[in-house]
Design a protein around this ligand. Structure first.
Ligand SMILES: [Mg+2]
Length: 138
């Protein structure tokens, strides 16, 4: 599944939910498939989706629709401490979605350190210019 296909599916499912989305290409792609008033685009704030979404989930009425955070693998690697923090605070109304394609999608598809593993899910093999099995030497 391509990232934009995942974003289209998420946009279709989250009309009633506050959505916090990671920076750069992912924000632009989500805005291109659907630019909702419920979307918070974290432009120039790489790695902060989990922090912002957790804080938002703790601050809104717990009976309101879940806060959905959409993060990329490269951004999560920039701020991995959001996982134990979110796990400790554990708001029931938070859903963090990780789009793991094994590359920094906004910087020329440079491979991330995720290229040899997954975050517990699965990943389709990357078919971009920097295949995760043969990192660029440029
Ligand atoms: Mg990525």
């Amino acid at each position: 599944m391509k990232r934009i296909e995942a974003l289209q599916a998420l946009a279709d499912l989250t009309d009633r939910h506050p959505v916090v989305v990671t920076c750069a290409a992912t924000s632009r792609e989500l805005a291109s498939v659907k630019d909702g008033d419920n979307h918070l685009y974290l432009l120039d704030a790489m790695g902060l989706v989990g922090s912002v979404a957790t804080g938002l989930a703790l601050g809104v009425d717990p009976s309101a629709p879940k806060v959905v955070g959409i993060e990329g693998d490269g951004a999560l690697l920039m701020n991995p401490n959001v996982l134990p923090t979110g796990g400790y605070l554990a708001p029931d109304n938070l859903l963090l979605v990780l789009l793991d394609n094994g590359v920094y999608g906004s910087t020329g598809a440079l491979p991330t350190y995720c290229r040899g593993s997954t975050w517990g899910g699965s990943r389709q093999p990357w078919d971009g210019p920097h295949d995760r099995r043969t990192p660029s030497t440029a």
